[in-house]
Design a protein around this ligand. Structure first.
Ligand SMILES: [Zn+2]
Length: 461
């Protein structure tokens, strides 16, 4: 996760060059920063001409923001290479009235978090290298612990499992008896495919008898190894939980006061997209958000504001490269052609990231900010040409006029930009601060904690 107090990423800047993996990936792309002349040719839309700009609708009172971090620590004797993974997801509930009062201050200190809003955490521990939990492999221990965490952790009154089970249903993963279809048996040495198991409780593979868990459908365990670092698996799982937590905040409002959705904004650190084995959840999440949007529209209310922010990666780098050439406040929509021409090389005949994204990319250049102004690569939920707001069918709607939440979205972004951090959004700064497990401290404190726990469990057995 990016640190908000780092310089903005751009080619040649510290933040990006330190991340050699990212730099290597960028090197693989055809990357053409436009010349100033080209940039001036962009079809950007001045803020006052955006859909919905003539009436911004119900004022946003609350912003929910989410960010996560994860760390893998060695416990005990280094030579035994025993590791445990930790995930901390922070959901910050920010009262915008209080923020407006604070806005006169240039700096938002982390110590002021308590005054600005409330922070909720979803924290979990996962077995990693050479660590077992009532089973014979790290792989199986991971699956069991994921299920236990989903059952016991949640957002307000809703468990992660309830949110997850709803996604399974929406994705058509349950049969008419509510049985869950798993594409593969989770046991690495069993070749059984397309098995149906209990979707709410642990069950068994009919072929090999291994215990299955409803959360096996996320298939993160396929990234787990018994002897190597499991940071890749932790990253995938953390991403999935970030989506669930933000969706859970919306679900909570939906359950208690659905009209309150029009006075709330939701912001995720990172794109509205899920990658790797859990990518399938992007579609039922889109469906769920689409239903919120449909309700608001049918009830004559203001459009939902649900945002993802690219803090690193190609879109953020691209935003940096055009910063000086756009006059804010203005929005640059990204068509497929724009993305493939300027940001990431790819097959132009296909919609960008069709199988992973539920957000559509835009770029916002603020009229404010130091230097030549804040610039943000952001996303809002996609719309598709066939079907309604909640249906993913056909190509992505490119016509900007269809996205009637754009003006509202921009006005929220403008309100929560901080001058302390270039391109920094206060709710994301707070969520990041709250979720950060400082690497060194985390290793010491969590490592000690894990050691104490493992000693206790060894004494028990
Ligand atoms: Zn099996």
């Amino acid at each position: 996760m990016p640190l908000p107090n780092e310089p903005s990423n751009s080619i040649g800047h510290v933040g990006l060059s330190r991340d050699s993996e990212l730099a290597a990936e960028l090197g693989e792309f055809d990357y053409y920063p436009p010349s100033p002349a080209d940039a001036n040719d962009f079809d950007d839309i001045p803020a006052e001409e955006l859909p919905g700009a003539d009436d911004l609708g119900a004022p946003i009172e609350t912003v929910y923001s989410v960010d996560g971090s994860r760390v893998e620590v060695t416990i005990g004797d280094e030579r035994r290479n025993k590791r445990v993974g930790f995930i901390d997801i922070a959901l910050v509930e920010l009262n915008l009235a209080i923020l407006d009062a604070q806005a006169k201050h240039a700096f938002v200190s982390p110590s002021k978090v308590a005054n600005l809003g409330e922070t909720h955490h979803v924290r979990m521990v996962l077995p990693s290298t050479n660590t077992l939990l009532d089973s014979e492999s790290t792989h199986e221990s991971w699956r069991q612990m994921t299920y236990r965490n989903f059952r016991s952790k949640g957002v307000f009154d809703t468990t992660l499992f309830t949110l997850y089970h709803d996604l399974l249903k929406r994705k058509g993963r349950l049969d008419s008896h509510g049985r869950l279809r798993l594409e593969y048996c989770p046991a690495p040495d069993c070749e059984h495919q397309q098995l149906f198991v209990n979707s709410s409780t642990p069950d068994q593979c009919p072929e090999c008898g291994v215990t299955t868990y409803p959360t096996d459908a996320l298939r993160v365990h396929e990234r787990v190894t018994g002897s190597q670092s499991n940071e890749a698996a932790l990253n995938v799982l953390m991403g999935i939980i970030e989506h669930l937590v933000l969706l859970g905040a919306a679900h909570d409002i939906w359950m208690s006061d659905p009209a309150g959705l029009e006075r709330t904004a939701f912001i995720k650190d990172g794109p509205l997209a899920q990658f790797d084995t859990g990518a399938w959840i992007h579609e039922p999440i889109h469906n769920r958000i689409g239903e919120f949007k449909q309700y608001l529209r049918a009830d004559g209310r203001s459009p939902l504001v649900y945002i993802g922010i690219h803090k690193t990666g190609d879109f953020a780098a691209y935003a940096e490269s055009v910063r000086d050439y756009l006059d804010g406040p203005t929005v640059l929509p990204f068509s497929n052609d724009d993305i493939y021409e300027y940001v990431i090389a790819g097959d132009r005949t296909k919609d960008y990231a069709y199988k992973t994204y539920y957000g559509k990319n835009f770029l916002y250049k603020s009229g404010k900010g130091s230097g030549s102004g804040h610039v943000l690569a952001f996303l809002i939920p996609r719309q598709y040409e066939e079907g309604d707001l909640a249906t993913k069918e056909g190509d992505i709607v490119q016509d900007v006029d269809a996205y009637d939440e754009l003006a509202r979205t921009i006005s929220v972004l403008e309100r929560i930009l901080t001058i302390q951090y270039r391109d920094g959004l206060i709710p994301l700064v707070l969520a990041h601060e709250a979720a950060s497990i400082p690497e060194a401290l985390g290793r010491i404190v969590l490592g000690t904690l894990a050691e104490v726990m493992s000693e206790a469990s060894e004494e028990e057995t």
